[in-house]
Design a protein around this ligand. Sequence first.
Ligand SMILES: Nc1ncnc2c1ncn2[C@@H]1O[C@H](COP(=O)(O)OP(=O)(O)O)[C@@H](O)[C@H]1O
Ligand SMILES: [Mg+2]
Length: 301
Amino acid sequence: MSVKFRLQDTQKSQTFQLKEVNLPKFAEPPKTHQNYSRNRKKIVAVASSGKGGTGKSTVAVQLAMLFQERNQRTVLVDMDIPHGDIATMLKLSDERCLTDWVGVPKNLNEHQIHNLLLNSANDLKVLPSIRAIEEQEKVNRPEFVRKLMDHLKIFDVIVVDTGPNLEPMTLEVLLLSTDILFVTELYEPALNNIYRGKEEFKKKNGDPHKINVIVNKMKKKSNGIYHSVQRLTGISNISFLPYVEKMPEMTDKGFFLALKKKNHPYVKTLLELVEDISPKVDQPLSLYPKRKGLFSWIGGR
Ligand SMILES: Nc1ncnc2c1ncn2[C@@H]1O[C@H](COP(=O)(O)OP(=O)(O)O)[C@@H](O)[C@H]1O
Ligand SMILES: [Mg+2]
C-alpha cells in the first residue's frame, strides 16, 4: 500500500510517498478513552545533562507506558538524534521514523497520523528516531519540531526522549514542553551540568519552573541528599529512582517493569510523576463517588 499526499500550499506541487509496509504493523486508530481532554495536552520531555547512560530512555519508555495505561492517549517520540535507541529497546522495526515526517502536509487527518507511527504494547504509539546520521539535518530544525508536535496534539500526552545537547531540535521541544524531566545520576559534575543547562534554557526564554530533576540509580538514601541536589541544580522539583539490580529488558510485547510490578519502588516513583503530570479533567458532579455512610451513625451503626 502506498499513501500519497499532495502538498497544496507550495508553488510546485510535490508528492510525498510512504514506502511499502505490511498493514498489520500499522498503528491502529485509538480506542476511545475516558479522560480524553483536548485542552489539556501534555508534552513531557525527558532530558539528560549531556552524559549518556543515565537511564533517560528507560524513564521515557516506562512513563509513556504508565500514561497509556491510565487511559491517556500517549505517543512516545525518540528525538535523541543521531543515536536514538527506543526502537531497538522496544524491538520495533524502523518502518516508521522521524524522517518520514519531513515534508508531510499541515493538514493530515487522524488516520494518516496513525499510519506514520508504530504500535507497541498496550496500543502505545511510538515514533523512532532517524535511520541514518545523514538524515539529522532534515529534522534538526525548529519548524520541523513545531509541525510534528502540532500533528501529535491529537494525543493527550506526548513523551519525548530528547538529545543530550541544546541543539535546535532539543531546544524547540523543551520550549514547547509542559514538563521537562532531567534524568541524572548522583554525581556532582552531572548536577552542575543540569544547572548550566537550566541557565542556558532561561536565556532562550525557557520557563525554568517546568523543569524537574530525576536522580536515577540511587543505591541508598541519605539525609540531606535532597538539599544537595537542590543546591547544585537550583531546582526544587526532585524525584529519586532506585537502582534496579536487574533492570529487565524491554520488548514490544514482553516484559515492562511499569506494567507488571506496580509495587516496585522504581514504578511507584514514576507513578507519582504520572499522577502529577496527567492532563486533569474536570469531572461532572454526578460522577463523584456517592458518599457512603453519611448518616450511618443513625441506628447505632
Ligand atoms: N534505575 C536503574 N537501575 C539500574 N539500571 C538502570 C536504571 N535505569 C536505567 N538502567 C540501565 O542503564 C542503562 C542505560 O539506560 P538508558 O535508559 O538506555 O539510558 P540513556 O537513554 O540515558 O542512555 C541500561 O542498561 C538500563 O537498563
Ligand atoms: Mg537513550
